[in-house]
Ligand binder design. Structure first.
Ligand SMILES: Cc1cc2nc3c(=O)[nH]c(=O)nc-3n(C[C@H](O)[C@H](O)[C@H](O)COP(=O)(O)OP(=O)(O)OC[C@H]3O[C@@H](n4cnc5c(N)ncnc54)[C@H](O)[C@@H]3O)c2cc1C
Length: 387
């Protein structure tokens, strides 16, 4: 790393992903129309890459570009890959098979047997996975979950409850379900559910944006959980409860910021190509967007480097809040610059506007990121220019 720029190795990753994003853009509207079409895109190199990115060495061959290798197990690698693929289509990134959020949870909580089973299955063939925390009416307040993991009368562990807005849950083979074993922050545990188990049901929800991600409602009706499926069983309750969720979110937040940044960059590129001869305030607006994108990219990289070094996600909250605001501003400005019927005449841009709104809600809204950032300020955890 040079300042908050990228070294040669990460630059090569970004360049490669940018090339792959052309295929994502070409398929974006078809996937938006029918999320089931992801099956037609499994051979795209970017989709294949996401299928194993984040699987630790030993379970799958790391991505190789020239003389460099990338396992995808750092926040900075994930942010660089994700932004550049999302410039093609954020929906395709979210619709792709792979370890995604469950992989980060597994890094935190998985023991050897759990890692063998989970990574082994995902490495063997394209496999979708999901992470189920949000419940109906209890989104931002993650600690208020009520899905229960309890012993039935016959001694079996059973999961009961409902989850909502869970990406890919209706096509996933594994879903990491956050559930409560007792009241209080230490009473939260994650279970790796095999969706083939009786009692698991998921149905897609109609959404305006990010339709490829196939957000789903999940019903858990006495789903049996075997002892090996309880994540963090070798750790103390303090390490596997809400603490583990915070760790996962800290590590994922730069990736979500990078997704939003990719949408902003795509909208900027779209309008800049079509308004090459813009003058006056129009040209200033396009240039200003370009500068905001570069500044936000530096912040996203800084946030990812910080979380890799310390596990802390305060700067990542600033990056996520700023990237989501930028995605909204850039997509709406692009519409404005292309005239009154822009959304009707430019379906690709219309999709970017819809997707930007979806990014705002993923992994905590801007209000929640601001709260996290200011808690960091009060706790004196932020340095230099954040003070
Ligand atoms: C594209 C997408 C993918 C998603 N994928 C997943 C997934 O894979 N797994 C998963 O578990 N969930 C997922 N979610 C759900 C997401 O995490 C929730 O939507 C999010 O946590 C917000 O919860 P909510 O929708 O219930 O909104 P609410 O929590 O009801 O919030 C509504 C509004 O109230 C504001 N608000 C809430 N609390 C406060 C507060 N304390 N202070 C100030 N303002 C507040 C919010 O900022 C927001 O504007 C996904 C959502 C989207 C859009």
């Amino acid at each position: 790393m040079n300042g908050y720029g990228l070294d040669e190795r990460l630059t090569a990753l970004g360049r490669q992903a940018r090339e792959w994003s052309v295929g994502f853009r070409a398929g974006a509207l078809a996937l938006d129309e029918d999320p089931g079409r992801i099956k037609d895109f499994l051979d795209l190199p970017g989709v294949r890459c996401l299928g194993t990115f984040g699987i630790p060495p030993g379970y799958a061959e790391p991505l190789t570009i020239g003389r460099h290798r990338y396992a995808g197990t750092t926040a900075l690698e994930r942010a660089v890959l994700t932004e550049n693929l999302a410039r093609g289509d954020m929906g395709m990134v979210l619709a792709s098979p792979g370890v995604s959020m469950s992989g980060v949870l597994m890094e935190q909580l998985g023991d050897e047997e759990q890692r063998d089973r989970f990574y082994g299955a995902v490495a063997a063939s394209p496999t979708w996975t999901s992470f189920a925390l949000t419940e109906p009416d209890r989104g931002s307040d993650a600690s208020a979950i009520t899905t229960a993991l309890r012993r039935g009368e016959d001694g079996r562990l059973l999961l009961t409850g409902a989850k909502r807005y869970i990406g890919n849950a209706c096509r996933a083979r594994f879903v990491s379900v956050l559930a409560r074993t007792r009241p209080g922050p230490l009473g939260v545990t994650a279970a790796l559910v095999d969706t083939g188990e009786p009692g698991y049901r998921a149905e897609p929800l109609p959404t305006l944006g990010l339709r490829g991600a196939q957000l789903s409602a999940v019903h858990l009706d006495d789903v049996e959980v075997e002892p090996w499926q309880v994540l963090g069983r070798h750790l103390s309750p303090a390490r596997r409860g809400i603490w583990s969720c915070v760790q996962v979110f800290n590590r994922l937040r730069p990736t979500v910021a990078a997704l939003a940044l990719g949408v902003a960059a795509a909208a900027h590129e779209y309008v800049a190509e079509r308004r090459r001869s813009a003058t006056g305030t129009d040209r200033d607006r396009i240039e200003d967007l370009g500068m905001r994108i570069s500044a936000t990219r530096a912040l996203v990289h800084r946030a990812a480097a910080e979380v890799d070094a310390t596990g802390r996600g305060r700067v990542a909250s600033a990056a996520k809040a700023r990237a989501c605001a930028l995605a909204e501003d850039a997509t709406l400005a692009a519409c404005d610059l292309l005239g009154p019927a822009a959304r009707a005449n430019h379906p690709e841009l219309d999709k970017l506007v819809r997707d930007a709104r979806g990014a705002e809600f993923m992994e905590g809204t801007r209000n929640i990121q601001h709260l996290n950032l200011f808690q960091g300020l009060l706790a004196n955890e932020l340095e230099g220019d954040f003070r």
